[in-house]
Design a binder for this molecule. Structure first.
Ligand SMILES: Cc1cc2nc3c(=O)[nH]c(=O)nc-3n(C[C@H](O)[C@H](O)[C@H](O)COP(=O)(O)O)c2cc1C
Length: 165
């Protein structure tokens, strides 16, 4: 495959995956000095019910790779509609720091004090998957509340109203 065709296939792959609408989460973990970082993630997937396992994929090129690859305990906050600014903020390394006033310690894991669902996780397994690290977490605690979701579809944020409300 020549370089041009390779680029086209990558673009097509991104576009096709972008047709798979997802929610938006922020994964949070403390680095070695105790500073909490957040990273915007939409690769979150449930893996298993017994035990309760979930995974997300961390890009090897991420400036925050070390913090998240090394973390043994971490949190996932599912963003609600109207929290797009948080998704934008935690997609950038310059604004990744989660201040103490913005975080809760949930079952020993840092989570954002906003969002519509939260998971406290302990790293269960790490596996390389191409240019990403697949991080599988065991869910040690969780909480969920009603409310509309922030979505990501075809490269744009949107909202999905709670069908139960
Ligand atoms: C909606 C959305 C979803 C994202 N999902 C992931 C993801 O699942 N895994 C990941 O490593 N990066 C993901 N990113 C990219 C990171 O948030 C971040 O932008 C990227 O790691 C580059 O910044 P960094 O080098 O400072 O980490 C996502 C970004 C956006 C906007």
């Amino acid at each position: 495959m020549d370089a041009r065709t390779q680029l086209d296939v990558e673009t097509q792959y991104r576009r096709a995956m972008g047709a798979f609408a997802t929610g938006v989460t922020v994964v949070t973990a403390a680095n070695g000095e105790g500073r909490v970082s957040g990273i915007t993630v939409n690769s979150l997937t449930s893996v298993s019910l017994k035990p309760r396992l979930l995974l997300w994929c961390l890009g090897e090129e991420s400036a925050r790779y070390d913090t998240f690859a090394k973390a043994d305990v971490w949190g996932v906050s599912v963003l609600g509609a109207g929290e797009e600014a948080l998704a934008v903020r935690y997609s950038r390394a310059e604004t990744e720091t989660v201040e103490p006033s913005e975080a809760d310690l949930f079952a020993g894991a840092p989570v954002l004090n906003t969002g519509i669902a939260h998971f406290a996780c302990r790293t269960f397994e790490r596996r390389r998957g191409g240019d990403h690290l697949i991080i599988i977490g065991e869910v040690t605690d969780l909480k969920v509340q009603s409310g509309a979701a922030l979505t990501f579809f075809r490269g744009l944020y949107g909202r999905l109203d709670d069908p139960r409300e």
